[in-house]
Design a protein around this ligand. Structure first.
Ligand code: FE2
Length: 348
């Protein structure tokens, strides 16, 4: 045992005061909070049922236009991170509404984004010169610094979840943003270009070198769902996940973007997963199905389009009442690159 030293003495107080005048602080007062034995996070388990979020979102639709708001989004703020626009310590999640006839003007920024479509059919987003139609369950990428604008030329509203690496970029003080004079960017690539080039398990033979961002921008739900269904029938289910797949960069096999890692999982009807945790705090959206999630000891009842968050290193389990499909994203690509990512499966 180390001998105890009382630092609550006039001598220490005087010393700390003099240190402070030089912008110096004693490490021994803070060390155990800086270097913790396990991950410690202000992020808490939280759940946003869609039946509560949706009416509030459509109220925003009456109060402010997409043009006035630039982006009409309700930010899902983690209760442990209020006023920081953060859903986990590193990530942002929001629910965006674009009404028929509206355009969300083009801009670009350092922050990478992905969208997971919740409702609406056929509204479009234009990313880097290519226009993509959006349908429920689709995942669409907006990598760092690519121009993007959204337009809804259909007769129904469109709603999606945005996931961005805002807090991570803020931590690194690396944010740039730019607005354009033109409300909508010119569409310079024919429809389905990226899909035709990269969406069939083949690559153009003389393609340019890969970048960290996937050249495949839209990952359709129909394909992801069909793959999960085939795996459900033909493979053993993972005790902790059911069937869980990550979205892949077609040229490198790596994550689709360097900072945000999306995945999708199917927990088959009647299946209960065993306890799992990992160092990447994760945001989940229910693509379809009903069930429940136990996150760090809290139980949430799940319905389609609900969003919930699992903090870093919190244990989680899922129980599926019918086939439960969960979309998720986290900062796992960052943690893997830095050699920090860990996971743990509870011993049965
Ligand atoms: Fe944006």
């Amino acid at each position: 045992m180390k001998p105890a030293v009382s630092t609550k003495t006039p001598e220490f107080a005087s010393y700390y005061g003099r240190l402070s005048q030089h912008s110096i602080a004693p490490l021994w007062e803070v060390l155990k909070n800086l270097v913790t034995n396990e991950p410690v996070t202000p992020c808490v388990p939280a759940h946003w049922p869609y039946e509560q979020v949706r009416p509030l979102l459509f109220e925003a639709g009456r109060l402010i236009s997409a043009e006035q708001a630039e982006r009409r989004v309700l930010v899902l703020e983690n209760p442990g991170l209020r006023n920081e626009s953060s859903v986990t310590h590193s990530l942002y999640a929001g629910i965006q509404l674009v009404l028929p006839g509206e355009v969300a003007a083009q801009h670009r920024h350092s922050q990478a984004a992905l969208r997971f479509i919740l409702e609406g059919n056929g509204a479009t987003t234009t990313v880097d010169g290519e226009r993509f139609e959006m349908y429920p369950g689709d995942m669409i990428l907006t990598p760092s610094w690519q121009w993007h604008d959204h337009q809804n030329e259909t007769k129904e509203p469109i709603v999606w979840m945005d996931g961005l690496d805002i807090a991570l970029v803020r931590l690194l003080d690396a944010s740039f943003a730019q607005h354009a004079n033109q409300k909508e960017q010119e569409v310079t690539r024919p429809k389905e270009t990226s899909r035709n080039l990269y969406g069939a398990n083949m690559l153009p033979i003389d393609d340019a070198p890969a970048t960290q961002n996937s050249p495949l921008m839209r990952y359709p739900y129909a394909e992801a769902r069909a793959a999960l269904e085939r795996l459900k029938a033909a493979t053993a289910w993972d005790a902790c996940h059911g069937i869980r797949m990550r979205y892949a960069h077609p040229k490198t096999g790596s994550w689709v973007m360097p900072t945000i890692g999306p995945a999708i999982q199917l927990v088959p009807k009647g299946f209960t997963t065993t306890q799992y945790r990992s160092t990447d705090g994760a945001v989940f959206a229910v693509a379809e199905g009903h069930g429940s999630a136990n996150i760090g000891g809290e139980t949430f009842s799940l319905a389609p389009h609900d969003v919930f968050v699992c903090p870093a290193w919190a244990w989680r389990t899922f129980e599926a009442r019918d086939d439960l499909v969960l979309f998720t994203f986290s900062d796992r690509p960052v943690q893997e690159k830095l050699g920090l990512w860990r996971e743990e499966r509870a011993a049965n």
